[in-house]
Design a protein around this ligand. Structure first.
Ligand code: AHR
Length: 322
């Protein structure tokens, strides 16, 4: 069967258009991002923000991988990014240690690395920049707020028994929020951490561990310091089921400033949350583009954050973006 001239022209046009679309796609910066998982409200907001920023950026093609809280899955994802020859690799390391070998492999492949949200203990020459919060400072803010609050309540000289819900064992925010808080309270001998255990940054574990704290300590607990709001929200449930009033019988401080914490504060069940912003999407896209353009990028792109006590929760709630 003979094809008409028009038909031939049409096919040629389609081929040319297809080729130019491919060239355009090839022009994009391919960014491989390995996310930890979906353990908290914070993490979900972080994932959404990164995907949104990539979708809105015509220069970026994002390859997103969810590690479901497992370091082995993150290692696999990073190695698959090397195999695919992405332009830039970004990841939020679930824990701080165990990255040296893969970071060396990425370096050997000549791919620049951006750490998002969490740091690693590996040599900082392995990555171009770390963007995220100062977790030590967050722990310090939580402790300073507590000390001031107790003084305002006329309880500054009382014996204050604190239970601590730690984040994921070995993660930068768990290590650093613990250190920052402890640094401040060490100068106040009447403030004592009587129990401290990991709730893995999840609501369900936060509840489970708080139940164990209550079983062991009963009415002896004055304060709960939780390394994130999700665990604090889980703990609130445990405290209510135990028959105590969260936010009154037990003072509760969380970290993140997610909407759930504001809702708990509005109901009087939580006393304070230290902000840790997950909205890193735009910064990440910008850093990837700057690195590819050969521009100098700061070693630490620090997120500026506040602290929200219960008194401002109602007014601030409508402004919260996550
Ligand atoms: O690394 C940031 C922490 O990870 C958030 O505080 C916590 O909610 C999340 O899971």
């Amino acid at each position: 069967m003979k094809m008409s001239k028009v038909m031939v022209m049409f096919i040629l046009l389609m081929v040319i258009m297809g080729l130019s679309l491919n060239v355009m796609a090839a022009d994009k910066i391919v960014l491989g991002f390995s996310q930890i998982g979906a353990e908290s409200e914070w993490r979900t907001a972080n994932t959404e923000d990164i995907k949104r920023a990539a979708d809105e950026d015509p220069d970026i093609q994002l390859i997103f991988s969810d590690a479901q809280q497992k370091q082995e899955n993150q290692l696999k994802a990073l190695r698959s990014f090397i195999a695919r020859g992405v332009d830039v690799i970004a990841f939020s390391p679930v824990v701080e240690t165990g990255w040296d070998t893969v970071l060396q492999e990425i370096k050997d492949a000549g791919i620049p690395v951006i750490l998002v949200d969490r740091t690693v203990t590996a040599d900082d020459s392995y990555y171009v920049t770390y963007m995220g919060s100062d977790f030590v400072e967050e722990g310090q803010k939580a402790a300073n707020w507590l000390i001031e609050y107790m003084e305002e309540q006329g309880r500054g000289n009382e014996q204050i028994n604190i239970v601590e819900l730690q984040g994921t064992v070995g993660s930068a925010p768990a290590n650093d929020r613990k250190t920052g808080f402890a640094d401040v309270i060490k100068d106040y001998p009447n403030y004592k951490i009587i129990r401290s255990q990991s709730g893995d940054f999840t609501r369900s574990k936060g509840k489970e561990v708080m139940e164990a704290f209550l079983k062991a300590e009963g009415d002896n607990i004055d304060v709960l310091y939780s390394h994130n709001d999700d665990m604090a929200i889980g703990a609130i449930q445990a405290i209510e089921e135990y028959g105590l009033k969260p936010g009154k019988d037990i003072i509760i401080i969380g970290v993140d400033a997610v909407k759930g914490a504001f809702e708990a504060m509005i109901q009087g069940k939580m006393n304070c949350t230290v902000e840790c912003s997950p909205l890193l999407g735009n910064q990440l896209m910008q850093a990837a583009k700057d690195i590819m353009a050969g521009k100098k990028v700061p070693e630490h792109i620090k997120t500026i954050e506040g602290i929200f006590p219960q008194e401002v929760a109602l007014e601030e709630y409508p402004n919260r973006k996550y």
